[in-house]
Write a protein that binds this ligand. Structure first.
Ligand code: AMP
Ligand code: MG
Length: 710
């Protein structure tokens, strides 16, 4: 089964009238291409139905697979459909209800009349119960306990399995699930007219471009309880998020049920997993402002090009990073290479010492060696034996007790010696030495293996080798290492306006600044940069380049948003793998991620300042994971600000900065067109997602370029 690009979650309502207050509204949550939308309140069922039909239709038209999930039962306990329609097919029952339920534009409806009709089809009293007035609708008992002999089970198997306490027979008093189903199933019956739509679990859904499913917010109660804001809004936002975050395998598993008549709650039995994911949903109460209701009105003017468009959720930086971290794994193969020259390579297996360091006990200084037990406190006199012990030229034979031997740094400790006195602490005439005792036993000697034992793990798999590591490998006899093959990183620039740097007089030509920068970054990070050149804004040309790239990963710049000329995101969209992230980040914003023929593609923005920032913040750790080097967070330090600045909530900001006199100073202009600021800077000041007011001297986070491996 293919995964869903768009998840809609609807909190239905059976209430009468137009719900002006948002807390009484029907709430719809949506996540598209991994992006949460601000939940929408709908004042009437009619408006909600129209919106849903439009949205499902437009998603299908755009080639996005959509699941619309509703919080009321799609079926009734076994036997009910047949008793009403003569067939056990629940979809026939939907149509039966659609023919009878009336619901006007003001939300007035005849559900109690229809329920009374239904009750008359059954013997005894019930099964429907609950009503606003004791005296009206005599075929509907006021209390549930007054029912008798109707022959229907109280709950469906899925309600029993998931511990849901509500009953589909209950029409009044909370929870009014029974009324919601009576008022919801006719709507679903009408939505079924949309071509390609299938109802889970009654129809095969694997190939359907749109799927309707039943859900139950009770499954994620832990993720909703105690949250600020309207409960229904939290439920739909978090459920939509949770379902959008499931892997296709998990979703396929959840959809694999056998419930041809009663239906099933999607995710029943998987509450903890859904709850875990629902906890990570962006807070629907947070910025941006509530969804605009009139889509055709022009957007409010703003002099801030990063203003958050209404109704769209931005992916916070940390969340985007968490996602990358969770989804990516090493793709590079392995090879064995000489340790000499392996600087920068990433170990694919632990490097293990082949020999101890030091391999034998030796002297740490130039001096004289002897047996400690023959010495004591006060002036000491020891005759010298002939010969000496030097590094690489050990003494042949032993040193007799009570005598000393000349010994040099690094020399193996001769037999009969356990202590060395420093040359500077002695006097000698060439035949004997004198020094002041006592000397500590073992002084100035190094034990065999005191640094590293043979067989010890020197460096773990995933470690990127540095010059010092090469010394350790060599010292312990490791001549070859198993490393990941270098990640081949293709770098491609896109845009009709781009040209090669030169002296082109045409000011409409933009010199391609990103390609040299991104190629150099890839090289600095230890990957193998592959120059894929420059491609015009032409979808077929771009497709051909991506097809022919042959690299492990492709980094493109430009065309990553959702505009007419944004062919990178459009092409990735065709594969169904596009995650078009709008990251709450300045400078930055669009990041188009996708898989092209099995290879990850990172589309960074075209603006060089944004491209650089996104490359450092997102591409560096992601490429490191793909290359086998694990996740890499940049080095950060807290330093006093050398500037003043005020920022609003809603996005993280990276200011071009450098340290002078222990303070972080920032580039005079924050304009994202100022490439000179990138070169002026020696790092970033990172300002938090929330609002901030910074005065000179306040602590700020400084991220030196060096901490990004530059
Ligand atoms: P885009 O992301 O394609 O909409 O491009 C945003 C801005 O960045 C436009 O002004 C482009 O001309 C500019 N741009 C795109 N790619 C490059 C590049 N490789 N070098 C310099 N500027 C670029
Ligand atoms: Mg462009």
């Amino acid at each position: 089964m293919r995964g869903f690009d768009t998840i809609l979650v609807v909190d239905w309502s059976a209430a009468e009238g137009v719900r002006r207050a948002e807390r009484d509204s029907i709430w719809i949550g949506a996540v598209r291409d991994g992006m949460a939308e601000k939940p929408r309140p709908m004042p009437t069922r009619r408006e909600a139905e129209t919106w849903l039909a439009d949205r499902i239709g437009s998603e299908i038209a755009a080639g996005r697979r959509v699941m619309a999930a509703f919080d009321f039962p799609f079926g009734y306990p076994a036997g009910f459909a047949e008793a009403v329609t003569g067939a056990s097919d629940p979809l026939r029952l939907w149509d039966w209800l659609a023919e009878r339920i009336e619901d006007d534009a003001r939300g007035r409806n005849n559900r109690f009349e229809v329920a009374a009709d239904l009750n008359r089809l059954f013997p005894g009293t019930g099964p429907f119960w609950g009503k606003p007035h004791r005296d009206r609708f005599p075929d509907i008992p006021y209390h549930g306990r007054s029912r008798d002999g109707h022959g229907m089970a109280e709950k469906r198997a899925c309600e029993v399995a998931s511990g849901a306490s509500s009953s589909v027979w209950q029409l009044f008093f909370n929870p009014t699930v029974g009324s919601q189903a009576l008022m919801g199933l006719p709507m679903l019956s009408r939505l079924r007219r949309i071509e390609g739509l299938a109802v889970w679990p009654f129809e095969p859904v694997d190939d359907a471009p749109a799927v309707l499913a039943e859900i139950w917010p009770g499954l994620i109660e832990q993720a909703v309880r105690g949250r600020e804001g309207i409960r229904d809004m939290q439920q739909v936002a978090r459920l939509a998020w949770a379902f959008s975050r499931l892997s296709t395998a998990e979703l396929t598993d959840m959809m694999d049920v056998d419930a041809p008549e009663e239906g099933w709650i999607l995710g029943a039995g998987h509450g903890p997993r859904l709850t875990e994911l629902a906890m990570t949903a962006p807070d629907p109460m947070a910025d941006p402002p509530p969804a605009a209701r009139a889509p055709l009105e022009p957007p409010p003017l703003s002099n801030d090009c990063f203003a958050l468009p209404p109704g769209v959720h931005w992916t916070p930086v940390d969340e985007a990073l968490d996602l990358l971290r969770a989804r990516l794994s090493p793709v590079a193969g392995r090879e064995t290479v000489p340790a000499v020259g392996a600087d920068g390579r990433i170990l694919a297996a632990d490097a293990v010492a082949r020999r101890a360091n030091p391999p034998g006990a030796n002297s740490a200084v130039d001096g004289y060696g002897f047996a400690h037990e023959a010495t004591g406190a006060g002036p000491q006199h020891l005759p010298l034996i002939a010969g000496r012990a030097a590094a690489g030229a050990p003494l042949a034979g032993a040193v007799p007790r009570g005598q000393a031997v000349r010994i040099l740094t690094g020399a193996l400790i001769p037999e009969g010696v356990d202590t060395v006195v420093l040359e500077e602490d002695t006097r000698t005439d060439g035949t004997a030495i004198a020094f002041n005792g006592p000397v500590k036993r073992g002084a100035n000697t190094r034990r065999a293996g005191e640094d590293v034992d043979a067989g010890a793990v020197l460096l773990p798999a995933g470690h990127a080798l540095r010059p010092a590591d090469l010394a350790l490998l060599a010292a312990t006899g490791v001549a070859e290492v198993e490393v990941f093959r270098r990640l081949r990183v293709g770098v491609l620039s896109t845009g009709d306006e781009l040209g090669a740097p030169g002296v082109d007089p045409d000011p409409a030509v933009t010199y391609d600044a990103n390609r040299p920068m991104l190629l150099a970054l890839a090289a600095r990070w230890g990957h193998e940069p592959v120059d894929l050149g420059h491609c015009a804004d032409d979808r077929d040309a771009l497709r051909a380049v991506l097809d022919g790239a042959g690299t492990d990963v492709i980094v493109t710049s430009g065309g990553a948003s959702a505009g007419d000329e944004d062919h990178v995101s459009a092409l990735l969209g065709e594969t169904g793998s596009l995650a078009a992230w709008r990251i709450a980040l300045k400078p930055g914003r669009p990041l188009a991620l996708g898989i092209w023929k099995g290879r990850p593609v990172f589309g960074v923005p075209g603006n060089p300042v944004a491209a650089f920032t996104c490359a450092l913040i997102f591409a560096r750790p992601a490429l490191s994971l793909l290359a086998g080097g694990g996740w890499r967070a940049p080095l950060a330090m807290t330093v006093p600000a050398g500037f003043a600045k005020r920022k609003k909530a809603g996005r993280r900001e990276f200011l071009r900065a450098r340290l002078r006199d222990g303070r972080a100073e920032v580039f005079a202009s924050e304009g994202s067109g100022r490439i000179s600021g990138l070169a002026w800077a020696e790092g970033f000041v990172e300002l938090p997602d929330g609002p901030a007011e910074i005065a000179p001297g306040d602590p700020v986070r400084f991220l030196p370029y060096a901490g990004f491996g530059l």
